[in-house]
Design a binder for this molecule. Sequence first.
Ligand code: GDP
Length: 360
Amino acid sequence: ALTLGIVGLPNVGKSTLFNALTQNDALAANYPFATIEPNVGVVALPDPRLDVLAGISSSEKVVPATVSFVDIAGIVKGASEGEGLGNKFLANIREADAICQVVRVFADPDVVHVDGRVDPASDIETVATELVLADLQTLERAVPRLEKEVKGRKTDPAVLAAAQGAVAVLERGTALSSGAQDAGVDVGLLRDLTLLTTKPFVYVFNTDEAGLADTARRAELEELVAPASSVFLDAAVEAELVELDPEDAAELLASTGQSESGLDQLARAGFETLGLQTYLTTGPKESRAWTIRRGATAPQAAGVIHTDFQRGFIKAEVVSYADLVDAGSHAEAKARGRVRVEGKEYVMADGDVVEFRFNV
Ligand code: GDP
């Protein structure tokens, strides 16, 4: 599964947020891995379409798509010096597909800030700098090795050139995700090095009730990290919300002036950042959202359900969610000519409702 790794300075609310993610028991039944792996938290991607489909098909249950988060560790200033960020930390963060940085905005005098004051811009800078330094260390080790390999004709010189170009970008203090393309550096050639600053970022601003309502401040912080996405939440409230039944949770949310929980917003932002979309299946057993990469073809989409479906793919019967709801039933949608037959080349659209035909 694709995952976002949670990072941040100490005492910013990472554990509090992560506890909310793991105590999200509503999901545990459908996603047993969520309870098996202690450092993985799972959130459902809210999708009101599933309930509508379940109504049409009289489904026994709905199964939403999910986003996984891995609790990585705190980063402190200077972490990349001396011992480095630590092997375990690096291994965990390298495996993540995107990085989710929790940034403290809440001002609680009882909770100590490592640098003595709450300053989101400076915290963001600290973490960004440590990741840049970690990548520089990786490249400093890799470049001499690549030079040798190029001499021995074991590696394409373009890979070495990309590594040297990446060093130049990082030495300016710029993350590869924002600086490599303009500098003409093809980081795709450096995939084996799993450089940290090539990963997409989501920022979680952990704030309090007053902070959630402060739209001017929020706009400022959003701008600070754009084009990366930002989510504003109160980790302490999120931890409470997951313990409540849906009605009480809705009431608590409303009392903080929010229409959607922070975890729901985080699921959406994570999904976007990972470049994912969903397609839907529906029947008496379940109405379900399946996760695919944007641009996935019909056979690739079928493979998410079962690898046999991809191998034996014949065709997909596709109706758009809107057309299906409009028709009121699959049979009526078919009668209206709204159910298309698509082949191997078909690129899936978000909200396609699909039935696959395949050989086994
Ligand atoms: P971590 O070191 O980043 O994992 O931070 P923790 O989640 O352990 O939080 C550090 C302290 O801040 C704990 O005492 C939390 O209860 C408190 N805390 C976390 N989030 C909030 C918040 O949104 N508001 C307030 N006032 N305190 C919080």
